[in-house]
Design a protein. Structure first.
Length: 437
């Protein structure tokens, strides 16, 4: 191939027409290298920097710096939104949200730079972190104060297990007044007044404290709230401050365990010359008002309402029937598949004109074959009484008493029916009017 001779001007004109040509040295020893925002951490030679400047001018891709006013507005919007979110978050999620917000803003600033806008990448993320820190510190001390208050307020009412659950989720707790579905239990020692007259005060305090300790332990083991002691009486409830779906069943289990515990109590009290006594318990379920009630200096977390009063009345009605545990119809409806009970009567408790259906709680399901048989006979006799068939009802209860001579409600019906048969009521509605509380 023959040699071709080309002149330099010809080469330049052929390859660089309508182009900008930069000629520069890139030797490191010349110290003409700089780090730039687009050099990815690698030093760029001066001639390359000039080339980038020319390219920016030719393409019109200029960098615009965000104004101070725009930065302040953006910071204000982010901080207000962040604060509004953090108010409702626990501490750990608040920390995560704060960190994520700061990272997102930094990524947003980088994305903006790639699109020609220079945003402040230091101050806004720092402001976000400071805002988060202030909120988290405030929340920490606020929650600490709240937990101390809750612990002080509820340490006497709740078991340590339930109290720990309340403290771990204080947002579930409503200390103010509210209406909710609750089961309330009242218990009382039958004849305690006469017992107290036979024992010296020191021994009386000792055995009463021992008894209340046993009963309270049972309440706490069944996740109940100890409302108060009224002498020898115990008031407890389920369903608040933490909502409990099976509050009626827990109340019934507590009542049965209290009754069973009386064997140990009697054995202990024998040493003080007291043996012939028993416990009476009433349980009712329904909507009740619950919350902190009292003065600014002292308050109790307690219940109010007609359903509370009914629970107390049910405890007293045991005296009419010689029973130990009476529950209301609403309680029975909630637990009927889990317990053994019999419909006892329809009663207008003292102070009320309308009747309430009451049940005797006898145990947890299932019932034995013998008990099922007994309950069937009792219910058949009671239905005849309810229908106003007094003579057949009397004969049925008398026959039942021969088979089960120790059943107190049967004896009560026999005595009642003897009087009714002699003087039948004109307008029979099947409701017994209670005369005791």
């Amino acid at each position: 191939m023959p040699a071709v001779r080309e002149a330099l001007p010809d080469i330049l004109f052929a390859n660089f027409t309508d182009k900008i040509v930069l000629i520069g040295a890139t030797a490191p020893d010349l110290h003409d290298e700089q780090i730039t925002p687009v050099s990815n951490g690698v030093a760029m030679s001066g001639v390359e920097i000039h080339a980038n400047v020319i390219q920016t001018i030719l393409e019109g891709r200029y960098l615009f710096e965000e104004t101070t006013e725009a930065t302040i507005i953006a910071m204000a919007i982010v901080i207000i939104a962040l604060t509004a979110i953090l108010i409702y978050l626990p501490i750990l999620p608040a920390i995560i949200v704060t960190a994520v917000t700061a990272v997102v803003y930094i990524l947003y600033a980088i994305f903006s730079f790639d699109n020609g806008i220079i945003r402040n990448i230091i101050v806004p993320p720092l402001a976000i972190l400071v805002t988060g820190a202030i909120n988290i510190v405030y929340k920490y001390f606020s929650e600490s104060r709240q937990k101390k208050f809750i612990k002080k307020a509820f340490s006497y009412y709740l078991s340590s297990e339930v109290l720990s659950e309340v403290l771990s989720s204080p947002e579930k707790l409503k200390l103010g007044g509210t209406r909710t579905e609750i089961s309330v239990l009242f218990s009382d020692i039958a004849g305690f007044t006469s017992i107290s007259e036979k024992i010296n005060p020191e021994d009386l305090v000792h055995i009463l404290n021992s008894y209340l300790t046993r009963m309270t332990k049972i309440v706490f083991e069944n996740r109940g709230v100890l409302d108060k002691y009224i002498g020898d009486a115990v008031m407890a409830f389920w369903g608040a401050p933490l909502k409990t779906k099976n509050h009626a069943l827990l109340a019934c289990k507590t009542a049965l365990e209290m009754y069973q515990e009386m064997d140990a109590v009697r054995q202990e009290w024998k040493e003080y010359g007291v043996a012939d006594f028993d416990i009476r318990i009433g349980v009712n379920s329904g909507e009740m008002a619950v919350g902190n009630m009292g003065s600014d200096a002292r308050f109790d977390y307690t219940l109010l309402g007609d359903n509370v009063n009914l629970g107390s009345r049910l405890e007293g009605i045991n005296k009419e029937y010689g029973t130990n545990i009476i529950i209301s119809e609403s309680t029975y409806a909630a637990v009927k598949d889990n317990i053994v009970a019999r419909k006892l009567d329809t009663v207008a408790v003292k102070g009320k004109k309308t009747g309430v259906v009451i049940y005797e709680l006898r145990g947890l399901a299932p019932a034995s074959a013998e008990e099922t048989k007994f309950l069937r006979y009792f219910e058949a006799a009671r239905v005849e009484y309810e229908k106003g068939l007094f003579s057949p009802a009397l004969r049925a209860f008398q026959a039942l008493s021969k088979k089960y001579p120790n059943d107190n409600p049967t004896k009560v019906y026999i005595e009642r029916l003897k009087l009714i048969v002699k003087n039948p009521p004109k307008d029979w509605d099947g409701i017994f009017k209670a005369t005791t509380k």
